[in-house]
Unconditional design. Structure first.
Length: 174
């Protein structure tokens, strides 16, 4: 009897995190690291430290992850509804598979999903690891001082995210 064992291994960098996501709560948001940015209106995401008095939602996603894709319409709605009140959304595309590494298709994916907010490409998983991610999607929300106050991973409920956004926006400006 011969037994064949097949394993699929993703790049170990994806699952090697600097700190678990929960350790980042009540800490300053790590600076995002990226090489490529796509934006509907050529808006460049500023570093999180440059946008005081803004609430930030950082969305880690993968274009092959259905849960990630399913969040995009709600994130577009949040962006449209709360941007004038001080919400900034930055999506960080971190590939789950080799075929997702940006090869020029990211811009068309972003257009196809009608993403209304800036998207950065994190092919080397540097930002992904800094935020302690271990799966997709993940959302981190900062207060107006840039401190991570909420973290949501995998099975994300829209209403909880919106409540967190409203809670942070209701805090006084600094």
């Amino acid at each position: 009897v011969t037994v064949v064992i097949t394993a699929v291994v993703l790049n170990s960098m994806v699952f090697s995190v600097d700190k678990p996501a929960s350790a980042l709560l009540n800490q300053p948001a790590p600076k995002l690291s990226y090489l490529i940015t796509y934006s509907k209106d050529n808006i460049q995401p500023e570093t999180l430290t440059n946008l005081k008095n803004k609430v930030h939602l950082v969305f880690f996603w993968s274009p092959a992850n259905w849960d990630s894709i399913g969040l995009i319409p709600e994130l577009n709605r949040f962006y449209k509804t709360y941007r004038n009140e001080g919400l900034e959304i930055i999506a960080c595309q971190s590939p789950g598979y080799q075929f997702e590494i940006d090869n020029g298709e990211s811009e068309s994916n972003i257009k196809n999903y009608s993403m209304q907010f800036p998207v950065i490409i994190d092919n080397g998983w540097k930002s992904y690891r800094l935020y302690g991610n271990t799966g997709w999607p993940a959302i981190f929300i900062t207060d107006r001082a840039g401190i991570i106050k909420k973290a949501f991973t995998t099975e994300i409920k829209y209403q909880e995210v919106e409540e967190a956004i409203r809670e942070m926006l209701n805090e006084p400006q600094i």
